[in-house]
Design a protein around this ligand. Structure first.
Ligand code: PDD
Length: 279
């Protein structure tokens, strides 16, 4: 397995980041995850635009143009012979003596990329549907930044794992913000596709945007508003989206069965439309 670290392609076990890296000490960095299908990056321009925005919001200079990023990612995909899976990219504020304030302006950011082979299309969970539990959203107030500070999401996903389910939906003031690593959607009886409007309370999902563009083709009207947990329990269909799951049907929330307890027809249609776009 080959990883990319600060301008070099290295064997996995030779890629090392110093103890004084601010990503390690302060979670002072951001990341992105793009899917790879048939050896090609999915919706990558949008992921790179969000990477650039995340960096800008925390004052780290983007070390590469979008074209350079894509070239490096593609080279990594080829070197790893990756046909289906993920490319992970991380940029931190670099290595410096431990001090909370930013280091000297000439401190180079640390750039890491690696690939993960993963079957996204043939994920058996997409056939059976995923179960989710709700947890309190314990995160900070700038969730629109794809920060590597993921402790609240780690605890949320662990709560899901402990409950034997696939994902945790985080809740604030009685409404769902998003999944621990995905965007939450519900479908109501009158063919409305409901998801939370973008704000600093959640990550602007790239898959979310694609699914919203495709909704009309599934004869669904998009409604961006808060989703109270009680409304989610009563939804006719539900699903979550992410680069690593695409469109994942949800068949139960906190043990309450959604719809017929099987992936709903509109969710299946959206997954098909998304796969059509992605390939
Ligand atoms: N997570 N919300 C959160 C909190 C996320 O971490 C993610 C993605 C999403 C979905 O965004 P997108 O559709 O752009 O992947 C929403 C990635 C996959 C991860 O952390 O592995």
């Amino acid at each position: 397995r080959t990883v990319y670290l600060n301008g070099e392609f290295l064997p996995f076990d030779q890629a090392r980041v110093p103890v004084m890296d601010r990503g390690f000490l302060f979670a002072d960095g951001i990341y992105e995850v793009s899917a790879v299908l048939d050896g090609r990056l999915v919706d990558n321009a949008a992921h790179l635009a969000r990477l650039d925005r995340s960096l800008g919001e925390i004052g780290i200079r983007n070390p590469h143009s979008a074209a350079e990023w894509e070239r490096l990612e593609t080279e990594l995909v080829v070197k790893n012979g990756l046909s289906e899976g993920l490319v992970y990219m991380q940029v931190t504020r670099g290595v410096a003596e431990r001090d909370f304030a930013f280091p000297a302006g000439d401190t180079p950011p640390t750039v890491v990329m690696f690939t993960q082979a993963k079957s996204i299309l043939a994920n058996p969970l997409a056939e059976t549907g995923a179960r989710v539990v709700t947890v309190e959203d314990l995160r900070w107030k700038r969730r629109d930044i794809k920060s590597v500070a993921l402790l609240a999401q780690v605890l949320a996903k662990q709560a899901a794992a402990a409950a034997g389910v696939a994902e945790a939906w985080m809740v604030e003031d009685g409404a769902i913000t998003e999944g621990s690593s995905s965007t939450a959607f519900v479908v109501t009886g009158d063919r409305r596709l409901v998801t939370r409007p973008l704000s600093t309370a959640l990550l602007p999902g790239i898959t979310r945007a694609a699914v919203m563009r495709l909704a009309a083709e599934a004869d669904l009207r998009v409604e961006e508003r808060l989703i109270p947990v009680t409304e989610a329990y009563a939804a006719t269909e539900a699903f979550y989206t992410s680069a690593s799951a695409f469109v994942m049907p949800v068949v139960s929330i906190d043990g309450r069965t959604i719809g017929e307890g099987r992936p709903g027809p509109l969710t299946r249609r959206l997954r098909e439309l998304y796969l059509g776009m992605a390939r």
